[in-house]
Ligand binder design. Structure first.
Ligand code: NAG
Ligand code: NAG
Length: 352
């Protein structure tokens, strides 16, 4: 038998037809702006040619496990491990597998949660570290360092800066230099309004005058300015900030000087889904009834774009901070609340 007879002529014809079909399809796909009809009948490889259209945009929605359509999916932490009294970070005493876990030993920025929220990646909740990664991992000299949250902020993926009203609500603001200053300096949105609630009039004082950046430098070098002090808030920005010396609450109570924050946001501020609304909440336990109400109210999950909450609970590791007063609320319940908020569509982070 000669070698030529090994290849049946029909196979050669098929190869030529196949390649011709491929070239024609490629020409149409890459050199024509026209929508063209399904040409699957011509070649089985056409689906490969056509199938990549979504990947190029960079916004491809990744298929998520079905469990993400349940609360359990958002609770992707082994609850049993939480029952330990506290997390031991000493490599000499913890089991080696845990000691070698970089997420527990070194990485300040935590891993992503199993389930996305509103289609976006978000950090995994880490209640074993009391939801305070930087502080627990000894990267922070103070609880207020929130650098570990930066990669997960919503406006790093969605433009929240192109809406007409851009509102920041600081509920339980404490001193001006803490969260308000952090959001002013670090959050990638230019807020047009900032509403800060702090009942203690001695704690929260808006600066009397705007900071003058123009005179804030020592003059050793005329080209690069050496700042004398960290720059403060300029006067045009101060005019956007309003301070309320009232309690943030689930219901109005004039005697207690308490404001129904849900009513305040909907009726007094008239916030709408088309506004950018970012809320930070640290209100010493009053968050529980408010957030339970918000989960039952689809208006609130569409009004609030991003939420930062300090959830208060009782746990031995937090008693040094006088958190025993939040008994009988447990850390497991705090975790469930945060997971449930995500399940209800709130893009929520533990604060601080
Ligand atoms: C591309 O995205 C659109 C809309 O998001 C969707 O309907 C379509 O099925 C996707 N195509 C592929 C090949 O994934
Ligand atoms: C707070 O206001 C909301 C919205 O107006 C209302 O539905 C809710 O009942 C109020 N809360 C209480 C405790 O009355």
């Amino acid at each position: 038998m000669g070698s030529v007879s090994l290849v049946h002529p029909w196979i050669l014809y098929f190869c030529i037809a196949f390649l011709t079909c491929y070239v024609v399809l490629d020409l149409i796909a890459n050199h024509s702006d026209l929508e063209f009809p399904d040409l699957l009948s011509c070649s089985s490889s056409s689906s490969v040619l056509l199938g990549n259209s979504n990947a190029s945009g960079g916004n491809a929605v990744v298929d998520e496990p079905a469990v993400c359509r349940t609360l359990e999916g958002h609770l992707d932490i082994d609850l049993a491990s939480l029952r330990q009294k506290h997390v031991d970070l000493n490599p000499q005493t913890v089991p080696s597998r845990q000691a070698e876990d970089p997420w527990r030993q070194m990485k300040w920025v935590g891993p992503a949660a199993t389930c996305r929220v509103r289609g976006h990646l978000i950090e995994r909740l880490d209640p074993a570290l009391n939801f305070r990664r930087g502080f627990s991992l000894r990267f922070a000299s103070d609880v207020e360092d929130k650098t570990h949250l930066l990669p997960w902020l919503l406006p790093s993926r969605v433009n929240l800066n192109n809406r007409r009203r851009r509102v920041y609500l600081d509920l339980g603001a404490n001193a001006f230099s803490t969260s308000i200053t952090w959001f002013l300096r670090m959050y990638p949105v230019d807020f047009t309004e900032m509403h800060a609630f702090e009942v203690d009039t001695h704690l929260l004082r808006k600066p009397e005058a705007g900071f003058n950046e123009g005179s804030n430098y020592a003059p050793p070098n005329q080209w690069s300015k050496m700042l004398k002090e960290t720059a403060g808030v300029p006067s045009w920005m101060l005019s956007r900030i309003r301070v309320y010396n009232q309690f943030v609450s689930d219901g109005d109570d004039a005697l207690q000087n308490a404001v129904n924050i849900t009513r305040f946001m909907k009726e007094e501020l008239s916030l709408k889904p088309e506004d950018t609304v970012v809320v930070k909440m640290d209100i010493e336990g009053s968050e529980w009834p408010i957030l339970r109400r918000w989960m039952q109210d689809p208006d609130m999950s569409s009004i609030v774009d991003e939420l930062f909450v300090e959830v208060h609970y009782d746990h031995p590791s937090m008693r040094g901070y006088h958190w025993a007063r939040f008994s009988p609320t447990t850390r497991e319940q705090a975790l469930t609340l945060l997971a449930d908020l995500r399940f209800h569509g709130f893009f929520v982070h533990a604060w601080p």
